[in-house]
Design a protein around this ligand. Structure first.
Ligand code: FES
Ligand SMILES: [Fe+2]
Length: 351
């Protein structure tokens, strides 16, 4: 039976920007990644311009990412066809070029240090649709960032961020009970969803206290989680002396974006920012703490969840819904609606 509020397996939003790599992770070598099951090869041309092409050679389906950069483009590692940055076969060392031989070309855009790729209709690629992460361009902040690769469906990763109450149980070393006992509100503004937590006059979680330099001080503590489809989030922790307004609070914003490789695995692009200190040791501590929590606590839990789902979809398993799930459920429903709408457009006679 078709339901309008789930994303079935193999359903991805195609007309969307997905981070595929941090700019710093693309050197002079080819980089191959699969995004929403589409194999892609990334490279820089001689001017440093980034290109994204379909990563599967149309001859015998070899991975172009294992090939090499040559003057005309990318040379397939199997039988030597060369594809230019326009996707067309530029050289066939065996014979004349077979007409129409080529690979897809994907629009790319560099923003916030991330390489974003548009996986849908090229004509609809509009860079203004990339959500804003202003703290990554604000000199009053500094940040650390990285990429984690994990098993499991990307919506389970979004759930993880949209319901931070899990920190009280899964990240027991963080003393993050404010996420569980604070007042929680859920808002929707178009396709954007907010989960907001407010916990007054108490000790903030250890991470927020350390990053905002308010250890052992009772604070009013806010956490704003923002979700944009398909799976781009910010988490902003804010602290202020009790009774002070939110707009004077010290902020610790972070980026969490989940790019599906497939239904079964996800790239997690993250960045954590704090008011500038110019202290590399502090930066290393934040980085190590973030990676520890995610690699050793969240990621194994999401993998185990996904395995126990046994290939069923989320809604088929009739999950129990708790108070903190409202943000995740709104996100799932919004994404399912957008995907269904995209499919309808694809199937309409006019398209
Ligand atoms: S598989 Fe690429 S040239 Fe044969
Ligand atoms: Fe977590």
């Amino acid at each position: 039976m078709a339901r309008d509020n789930r994303t079935a397996k193999g359903n991805f939003l195609e007309n969307a920007w997905y981070p595929i790599a941090w700019d710093a992770d693309l050197g002079s070598e080819l980089l191959g990644r699969t995004i929403i099951t589409k194999p892609i090869v990334l490279f820089r041309d001689d001017e440093g311009v980034i290109h994204a092409l379909g990563g599967r050679c149309p001859h015998r389906f070899a991975p172009l990412a294992r090939g090499k950069r040559v003057e005309q483009g990318i040379e397939c590692p199997y039988h030597g066809l060369i594809f230019g940055s326009d996707g067309r076969c530029a050289v066939n060392p065996h014979d004349d070029i077979v007409p129409k031989t080529g690979v897809p070309v994907y629009p790319v855009y560099l923003r916030y240090g991330l390489i974003w790729i548009w996986t849908g209709d090229n004509d609809r690629a509009d860079a203004s649709l990339i959500p804003d992460f202003p703290f990554l361009e604000d000199p009053t902040f500094e940040y650390t960032c990285g990429t984690i690769y994990g098993a499991g469906h990307y919506e389970l990763y979004s759930d993880n961020i949209l319901d931070l109450s899990h920190a009280a149980y899964l990240h027991t070393g963080l003393n993050a009970s404010a996420f569980l006992i604070g007042q929680r509100k859920f808002e929707q503004d178009g396709n954007r969803i907010w989960t907001r937590i407010f916990h007054p006059n108490d000790y903030a979680s250890d991470v927020t206290s350390i990053i905002c330099d308010v250890v052992d001080k009772k604070q009013d503590h806010w956490v704003d989680v923002r979700w944009d489809p398909p799976a781009a989030m910010t988490v902003t922790g804010l602290v202020a002396d009790p009774g002070q307004p939110k707009d004077v609070a010290i902020q610790s914003p972070s980026l969490h974006i989940f790019t599906p490789e497939s239904d079964e695995a996800t790239f997690y692009f993250w960045a954590a920012a704090w008011p500038r200190r110019n202290d590399p040791v502090f930066a290393d501590q934040v980085r190590a703490g973030f990676i520890h929590a995610f690699e050793n606590e969240d990621k194994p839990m999401i993998k185990a969840q996904y395995e126990l789902m046994g290939g069923d979809t989320f809604w088929d398993l009739q999950p129990v819904l708790l108070r903190g799930d409202a943000g995740g459920v709104k996100a799932r429903r919004t994404l399912a609606r957008l995907i269904a709408h995209e499919r309808e457009q694809d199937n309409s006679p006019a398209s």
